[in-house]
Structure formats: C-alpha cells, structure tokens
Ligand binder design. Structure first.
Ligand SMILES: *Cc1c(COP(=O)(O)O)cnc(C)c1O
Ligand code: SF4
Length: 375
C-alpha cells in the first residue's frame, strides 16, 4: 500500500502515459482519488492504452466528457441508511460500508460519492452504532462488509468487527466484498485467514473483471481463503471495451471456476457521472449472457443484474420489457416498474434488440440531465 503509484513521475516507470491519460490524471485530481499498487501496475500493458487492466485504473479525459448527471447516488443508498454507512434496503440483509479506503480506485466505481473521501471514514463509535443497529434488528441474518474495501483494515480491527457481529445471535452469515485478491493479493495473509476462520460462516465476494487479472499470485490468495474454509464468489462489472465480448467473458468465467471461484453477479455499470465511456447497452449484456447460456459449465455463468432503488433486477427476458428511447423498461422483483437511462453508445453493435415501447405512464426513473461531470 505504501508503494502505490500516485504521481505521473512514478507512473512513467511502468507505462508511457498518453496525452489523454495525462489530461485525465490532471483533471480528476480533486474529483476522485487515483493510485495503483505496483502489483496491479505490472499487469498493465506499457504500450497499449486500451489494455483492459490499464483502463480500469488510469484516469482518462473521458471521465470529464458530458454525461448524465444528477446521479451521485443512483441507488438512493443514503436514503436507505438508518445509521451512517449502513444500507438497509433488503429486509434480511444489510450492506455495511465500513471504510472508504481502497487499495486502488477503480475508475468506474459505483460508490465514487464516498470512496476515497475522508468524510466517509468511520470512527470506532460509528462502527459501534451500526453494530448496535444490527443487534436491535432481529430480521437481519446476513451482514455484508463492504466499502471501500474492508480488507484495508488491519487484523486487529477486523477481529474487533467480526467478534462483535458474531456475538449477535441472529447474524447467520457474514460476508466481505473485497477487491484485494485482484489488486493486492499479498493482503490475503495467513494471519488474515486465521482471523476469518474463527468467525465462520464467512464468505467473500471479490471482483475480477478480466482474465489478465487471473495471475498465479491471485490464485494463491484464493487458495489461502479456500483453505481457511471461506467460499469465494466473484462480482464482475460489465465494462465497454474491457470485458463486453463473449470470448473475454467466457475466458474470465471459466478461469474463475478453475481457481474454484464461483461467478456470482455480472453487474450492469451504474449511472455514475463520468463513467459513460464504460457503460454498454443492456441489450449487449443480454446478448452476452445468451451466448454463455448452455455453452459452458452452468456454475460458470453469473447472473446479470442491474441495481436499482427497488433492489437488484435480473436482466433477463422475464424482467426486461423493452426499450423506450434512451430508457430500458423493466419490472422489479418487488413489483414497481423501473426505467433505467441507458442510451445505446454510438457505434455499439449488438445482435439482440429489445421490443420498442412507448414511455409508460407513472414509471419510476432517475431524473437526469446531460452535463459535464467534473465542471
Ligand atoms: C447487493 C446488496 C446486498 C446483497 O444482495 P445479494 O443479492 O444477497 O448479494 C445487500 N444490500 C445492498 C444494499 C445491496 O446493494
Ligand atoms: S474496489 Fe470497489 S469500492 Fe473500491 S474503488 Fe473499486 S469498485 Fe470502488
């Protein structure tokens, strides 16, 4: 962590930054933190700016391009937080954003509004307040520790958190969302595994996006977790030009299964300002899923989902109803219909088309306007 790259000068030891990247680094300085672990930097192609690893972590001028804004928090997570950083949007489970620190700041991050921002750091009393809330709500049986990245904490603090959660009778499952196996696999130490093992059932979902990230070091980190009895799942974000083609997605999912990691979710990229260059059409994602279906191991296939204020929606023919202009219309498992702003990127080709619909009356959507994100 101390050797992370966060100046252009350091970056030049690894890659030859393009003018576009240099402009992105300069212009996003005060908008969203930037740094890269040496481990992950080594995976970047020094000569190819379109390298799928490089694009995830090196800012680009496109982060400043006009985008739909007004969507700092598209899932209304703040409204669903009864105490600071604890999101209670499903009856029986909570997402507890224990820290705003990450090892690397992914340029498409869903929680840009808080990640890397010191205001969202939590003090011990704030962690305690969230634990008290969980203890007082006997319907919560599943606690997801997320962030930021909870494995940025040291073992002592993790032990403190886990022991307090385990002391609550109705908490059945504790799970982590962490990208450490991908960005800094050496963080998965024997000491860490020994702590996790004491509080079972503990699960981890990690976040590989591309087969290039499936290195021997990452495999060793996964192996340590599995030996400690921690089941490992993976959540991928569908990213334009990075993993939005069938061959890449298949190689990723099959590679994960070889490491004994279960592909869990494939997320449609959320409408976060400054990330338009990463988003694909929902049609493209659905076509990719249909290409995997029946042509590989069943458990190598993740569920393609979109998160909405009404919860996650599986993007399948049974929920997705059609397209009304720049919006995709769907029903949600909870009932209300949802219209996701999802303009088809110019030049994008998909083999799959949704039924064309008129704009339905009384439908819920995100109010958006086109503007410049970093202005
Ligand atoms: C995704 C999510 C969860 C966990 O949902 P699963 O579908 O059980 O993985 C919990 N809380 C929030 C707020 C979430 O976004
Ligand atoms: S690891 Fe997750 S929370 Fe951290 S920057 Fe990446 S996407 Fe955001």
């Amino acid at each position: 962590m101390q050797h992370r790259i966060h100046t252009v000068e350091d970056l030049r030891d690894w890659i030859t930054p393009t003018a576009d990247e240099l402009q992105g680094i300069e212009a996003t300085q005060d908008v969203f933190r930037w740094n890269i672990t040496p481990y992950y930097a080594r995976l970047m192609d020094p000569d190819d700016p379109e390298c799928p690893v490089r694009r995830q972590v090196v800012p680009r001028a496109s982060e400043l391009a006009p985008d739909l804004v007004g969507v700092v928090d598209p899932l209304e997570e703040v409204a669903h937080s009864p105490v600071k950083n604890l999101i209670h949007n499903y009856r029986d489970r909570v997402a507890f954003c224990v820290t705003s620190e990450c090892a690397i700041y992914c340029r498409y991050c869903l929680r840009k509004r808080m990640v890397g921002d010191a205001d969202f750091m939590m003090r011990r009393e704030e962690h305690q307040a969230a634990i008290d809330y969980i203890a007082a709500h006997s319907e919560i049986r599943d606690v997801l520790l997320t962030g930021g990245d909870p494995l940025t904490f040291n073992e002592r603090h993790l032990e403190w958190l886990l022991s307090h959660l385990r002391a609550i009778d109705h908490v059945e499952v504790i799970r982590f969302g962490s990208r450490m196996p991908v960005k800094l696999p050496y963080r998965i130490t024997d000491d860490l595994c020994a702590v996790l093992e004491r509080y079972h059932p503990v699960w981890i979902n990690t976040h590989f996006n591309h087969p290039k990230e499936l290195t021997d070091d990452a495999a060793a980190a996964i192996d340590r977790l599995l030996r400690a009895g921690v089941p490992v799942g993976n959540q991928t974000v569908l990213l334009r030009g990075i993993n939005d083609d069938a061959a890449t997605l298949r190689a990723l999912c099959e590679g994960l299964v070889r490491l004994r990691v279960r592909p869990y979710y494939l997320y449609q990229a959320q409408l976060i300002g400054g990330t338009a260059h990463f988003r694909t059409s929902i049609e493209r994602g659905m076509a990719l899923m249909e290409a995997l279906q029946g042509t590989t191991t069943g458990f190598a296939i993740p569920t393609y989902v979109l998160d909405t204020p009404h919860g996650k929606v599986p993007l399948t023919r049974s929920y997705v109803q059609g397209r009304a202009g720049d919006h995709v219309i769907m029903t949600t498992p909870r009932g209300p219909r949802w219209a996701e702003p999802n303009p088809i990127p110019s030049g994008e080709h998909t083999a799959y088309a949704l039924p064309v619909m008129d704009w339905p009356d009384g439908i819920d959507t995100i109010p958006t306007e086109a503007a410049t994100f970093a202005a």
